[in-house]
Design a protein around this ligand. Structure first.
Ligand SMILES: Nc1ncnc2c1ncn2[C@@H]1O[C@H](CO)[C@@H](NC(=O)[C@@H](N)CO)[C@H]1O
Length: 135
C-alpha cells in the first residue's frame, strides 16, 4: 500500500462519474471538511497483511497533529502495481473499520469514481507525509 497523508485547512470533493463497473453506488456524492487528515490511499496486492501498520501510522500522525478526523480517499495513482478493484475496496473498508475501532472519525470517499477535489494543505513541517507498506 502507498499512502499520502495531508493535514488540511480545507478539503472538499465531488464524485463526478463512475470510472469502473464495480464503482460503489453512493447517495452522498460530495463532502467538505476542515482541519482534517486526508489520506490518499493506493491499494496494492495482498495489502490486507499491512493494515495493522497502516492504522498505527495514521493514528500516530493524528496524535501528532491533534486531529481526529480522517478522509480516506481511494486513489489509484500512487503505485503502478494496483490491487484489483474487488480486493481494493475490501481493504479500504477494513481500514475504515479499524480506524473507527480506534475512535477515529472517518469519512471514506466513494470508490470507483472520478472525483473533483479542492484542497488547502496547512503547510507546516508535519503537514505532508507519505508511507509505503510491503506485505
Ligand atoms: N488499487 C486501488 N487503490 C485505490 N483505489 C482504487 C484502486 N483500484 C481502483 N480504485 C478506485 O477506482 C477508481 C478508478 O481506478 C479510482 N479513482 C481514483 O483514483 C480517483 N482519484 C479518480 O482518478 C479509485 O476510486
Amino acid at each position: 500500500m502507498k499512502i499520502l497523508m495531508l493535514h488540511v485547512d480545507d478539503f472538499s470533493y465531488e464524485a463526478k462519474k463512475k470510472a469502473i463497473k464495480s464503482a460503489e453506488n453512493v447517495s452522498q456524492k460530495s463532502y467538505s471538511t476542515s482541519n482534517a487528515l486526508v489520506v490518499f490511499a493506493t491499494v496494492e496486492p495482498n495489502d490486507s497483511k499491512v493494515l495493522d501498520d497502516v492504522v498505527k501510522d495514521i493514528v500516530e500522525q493524528l496524535n501528532r497533529l491533534k486531529v481526529n478526523e480522517v478522509v480516506l480517499y481511494p486513489y489509484a495513482h500512487l503505485s503502478s502495481t494496483l490491487a484489483k478493484p474487488g480486493e481494493a475496496i475490501k481493504v479500504l473498508l477494513k481500514l475504515e473499520e479499524m480506524l473507527k475501532e480506534k475512535g477515529v472519525k472517518v469519512h471514506r470517499a466513494p470508490f470507483g469514481w472520478y472525483k473533483s477535489f479542492q484542497i488547502k494543505c496547512k503547510g507546516h513541517p508535519l503537514a505532508e507525509l507519505s508511507k509505503r507498506y510491503s506485505p
